[in-house]
Design a protein around this ligand. Structure first.
Ligand SMILES: [Zn+2]
Ligand SMILES: [Zn+2]
Length: 135
């Protein structure tokens, strides 16, 4: 058992700071940098919470985060944005501005419908989806 764990440990250089570290998970970033990113994420989240109308550039400047990070957090829906937030990303299929994920609701519906997989209707109790059911 011990041997299997030893075999699973991977030695890598951190993609961000270049420091060597070991991991049994598929991480490319060392624990220090992960913690540091977590701090930036929390700073950005708090800033956006307090400043609903903050634009992408303002968040980047005030929170000292990179555009790549900010975009990723929005894509991953870690950052939950208000429906009137100016932080928008284009749907990867049709460029409709969206507040999270990769595709807009219309595209998701289109993608999943042919396979017979029902896309759940927007839940009115879900803050993020509210604007979709207002029609
Ligand atoms: Zn690092
Ligand atoms: Zn779309």
């Amino acid at each position: 058992m011990k041997n299997e764990i030893a075999k699973a440990i991977q030695y890598k250089n951190c993609k961000r700071c270049g420091k060597p570290f070991s991991t049994i998970l598929d991480y490319n970033i060392c624990p220090d940098c992960t913690k540091e990113e977590e701090r930036r994420f929390q700073r950005a989240r708090d800033f956006i919470f307090d400043n609903n109308s903050a634009k992408m550039d303002e968040v980047i400047e005030f929170c000292n985060v990179t555009r790549t990070e900010l975009t990723r957090w929005i894509r991953e829906e870690r950052l939950v944005l208000a429906e009137d937030s100016p932080l928008l990303l284009p749907c990867e299929n049709c460029n409709t501005p969206i507040h999270g994920g990769r595709f807009c609701y219309a595209c998701k519906k289109k993608f999943y419908a042919p396979q017979g997989t029902a896309v759940p209707e927007p839940d009115p109790s879900n803050e993020k989806m509210r604007f979709l059911s207002r029609k």
